[in-house]
Design a protein around this ligand. Sequence first.
Ligand code: SAM
Length: 307
Amino acid sequence: MKQPPSTVDGFSADWLGLRETFDSDARAVAARQMQLVDRLQRWRGPTSRPWRVIDLGCGTGSNLRWLAPRLVCAQQWLAVDHDPALLHAWPAVFEATATSLVNATADLGEVALWPLHSTPVQIVRRQLDLAEHLEALPWQHADLVTGSALIDLVGPAWLKRLVTNCSAAQSSLLLTISVDGRHHWHPADRDDPWVSNAFAEHQQRDKGFGAALGAGAVPLLVRLLREAGYRVFQAHSDWQVDAHDHPQGQTMIDAMVDGLARAAQEQMPAEAPRVRAWRTRRKTSASKSRLTVGHIDVLALPPERKG
Ligand SMILES: C[S@@+](CC[C@H](N)C(=O)[O-])C[C@H]1O[C@@H](n2cnc3c(N)ncnc32)[C@H](O)[C@@H]1O
């Protein structure tokens, strides 16, 4: 039987592909609540210049695929990730206009086009380690800096660097699908909270940006943005996973059970038998399970409009 993609072993294209539909539904709910597009467009004001967007930790482009059609205007995206395998795994809907991606190393330097609503979206994918080289990005040219499922991986110092760079450039920010620590299972199991707590501790391990903030990322981000004078809007962007009603629900439930169990076991090796028992009970009831995974989206608009 095909194993569900892993939720804890880095970020495979398979895992990003599985989560994309849940991310996409969750982003739509939060965007409505935050009046995302209206607020962004009012902040930007009328201009003939394309929107310039930087996507941090872009993976295989899920954030862009969701947001670009909704901005309904010409756009130039710089999509950045340190993982060349993910940058090479973007789907073929994007038309490459320049050199092949094969053999690319530091800067893929390729421009891809995504013709949308007669306003093409121009995309450059760039391989860059954001922990090391965040300051190398063209901040002054960015109208919007975005990132999805990223800031819960980072530590406080990196978050401060992000806000400092955005604030100096007066760029708007949209940081989506950041975990807030909630996992609600139906039907419930007595050990769900115990496993979730272990998972939350595991999420705070260093992912290359210092000890990760996990569910603490959004509260710190919001505080830093307000201190920098930003207007901040927040909304829940929870995954709603239903094994029965959603075509990929069962696979996602399986992936989440495996990921939670693995993380809990790594966090509490002495408790391996209890974790395994939880996993077995969850797998047995998987086909009739529902799971809510709590996330928050944050939109932040700087005091000044970008010229
Ligand atoms: C949870 S995934 C989210 C991917 C994508 N934004 C999405 O929503 O599907 C986190 C992404 O951050 C990237 N990442 C992690 N550490 C990074 C680093 N130091 N520099 C650049 N990207 C990094 C990973 O390669 C991965 O693509």
